[in-house]
Design a protein around this ligand. Structure first.
Ligand code: PLP
Length: 378
């Protein structure tokens, strides 16, 4: 089965009892048992719900894994994954991870004794150097937000495996349509399904897939024990979003292929970050491990004043956090998504005040270029 077909025919489709073509929304908390402890696969909806189960089977298939899980948000998914570890365990993470991931690791999970180190994982040599006796996992995110650095999953997972670490990949930006980390050696892949997978700026959700039954059992135990599940209505919306993920990703890519050269040639743009261009330092790796580069592009206009001017002039790019929606979005990371990262850390990471991030939506490419042309005018 090819990718676009799988998005429509993968997992569990429709309803066997009624013939309904779409998975019904099972708005139910508990299930009648045939006898004490004898149920038909579902007993209580925190443990399992048929609509959520259909989505969990689908993400499992999309990521070519053994088990899938749906959570109430990307952060709930990440937190559940981190519950696999114990007090005193050490985890190595990509340095410019999503701001919320940095926050939960350094302000919440640290209280439970998880130790973390943030490094530039796009350079594999850095990984080996940070591995300590108590290191248990390597957490990778790329293209990183907003500078779009790429980590070589195969290389990083091989180092992790040699040292007995789990490799976890946040695959939100690339999506399972373009990239499948489990097939490249990762053990756990997670998503903020709020972004491309949902795709319509109307639901917050998180998904996880694992490539091992035992790990799947452990994660299901945590999901049921801690309870950060996705409800049936939102599960249904995510399934609906997934059906068009393929054609949406193809169109985001097509527009990026026109918008990126436009930005590269523009006199007001000092620098463009996009893994799809040859000048990107990790372009070859990106090309090797993913089938597409996504619709997120960052560019530097030199100053905060200029960046704010651009933002005030755009018409089709909506000023908002998030990414991966049908609507094109625009943001200044230093003031928005990365505001929770201390200024000195932002500087270290190269997130300047003139840096603008766009998430290219599904509007006509010509309109988007016209919009940027006007916004970037002197
Ligand atoms: C948005 C995002 C998250 C958090 O997901 P929520 O659904 O907002 O909780 C995690 N990682 C990445 C890369 C994201 O973009």
């Amino acid at each position: 089965m090819k990718k676009k077909t799988q998005l429509i025919h993968g997992g569990i489709i429709g309803d066997e009892v009624t013939g309904a073509v779409s998975v019904p929304i099972y708005q139910v908390s508990t299930y009648k048992q045939d006898g004490p402890g004898r149920h038909r696969g579902f007993e209580y909806s925190r443990t399992g719900n048929p609509t959520r189960h259909a989505l969990e089977e689908l993400i499992k298939d999309m990521e070519e894994g053994k088990r899938g899980f749906a959570f109430g948000s990307g952060m709930a998914a990440l937190t559940a994954v981190m519950m696999l570890f114990s007090k005193g365990d050490h985890i190595i993470l990509t340095d410019d991870v999503y701001g919320g991931s940095f926050r939960v690791m350094t302000k919440v999970l640290n209280r439970f004794g998880l130790e973390v180190t943030f490094i530039d994982t796009s350079n594999l040599n850095n990984i080996q150097n940070e591995i300590k006796e108590n290191t248990r996992a390597l957490f990778l995110e790329f293209p990183t937000n907003p500078l779009l650095k790429i980590t070589d999953i195969e290389g990083a997972a091989a180092i992790a495996k040699r040292n007995g670490l789990l490799t976890i990949v946040d695959n939100t930006f690339v999506t399972p349509y373009w990239q499948n980390p489990l097939t490249l050696g990762a053990d756990i892949v997670l998503h903020s399904a709020t972004k491309y997978i949902g795709g319509h700026s109307d639901v917050v959700a998180g998904l996880v897939a694992v490539n091992d039954e035992k790990l799947g059992e452990e994660l299901h135990f945590i999901q049921n024990a801690t309870g950060g599940i996705l409800g049936p209505n939102d599960s249904w919306l995510i399934i609906r979003g997934i059906k068009t993920l393929g054609i949406r990703m193809e169109q985001h890519e097509e527009s990026a292929k026109q918008i990126v050269p436009f930005l590269l040639e523009h006199s007001s743009v000092k620098k463009v970050y996009y893994p799809g261009i040859e000048s990107h330092p990790n372009h070859e790796i990106a090309k090797k491990q993913s089938r597409g580069f996504g619709g997120v592009v960052s560019f530097d206009v030199g100053s905060a004043e200029k960046a704010e001017k651009v933002l005030s002039r755009v018409k089709y790019f909506t000023l908002a956090e998030s990414l991966g929606a049908v609507e094109s979005l625009i943001s200044i990371p230093a003031l928005m998504t990365h505001a929770s990262i201390p200024p000195e850390r932002r500087k270290e990471l190269g997130i300047t005040d003139g840096l603008i991030r766009i998430s290219i939506g599904l509007e006509d490419t010509e309109d988007l270029i016209d919009d940027l042309t006007y916004a970037l005018k002197e």
